[in-house]
Design a protein around this ligand. Structure first.
Ligand SMILES: [Zn+2]
Length: 51
C-alpha cells in the first residue's frame, strides 16, 4: 500500500517506540517514559523500508 507523504508523515508523527522493549505509544508529543518498562529512551517510529 502506498501512502501519500503528508498522510504518512502524520501517521509516523504520533508514533513512539521504546528503545528497550519496543513498546509503541501514541501521542503528538514524545512520551516522558515507556508505559511498559518505564525507560525514558523513546524514539520516534521510523518509516519502514520497502522490500
Ligand atoms: Zn519500554
Amino acid at each position: 500500500m502506498v501512502m501519500n507523504p503528508i498522510a504518512e508523515n502524520r501517521y509516523l508523527k504520533g508514533k513512539w517506540v521504546c528503545m528497550n522493549c519496543n513498546a509503541t505509544m501514541r501521542g503528538s508529543k514524545q512520551p516522558i517514559k515507556c508505559r511498559k518498562c518505564g525507560l525514558t529512551q523513546i524514539r520516534q517510529k521510523k518509516k519502514q523500508r520497502k522490500k
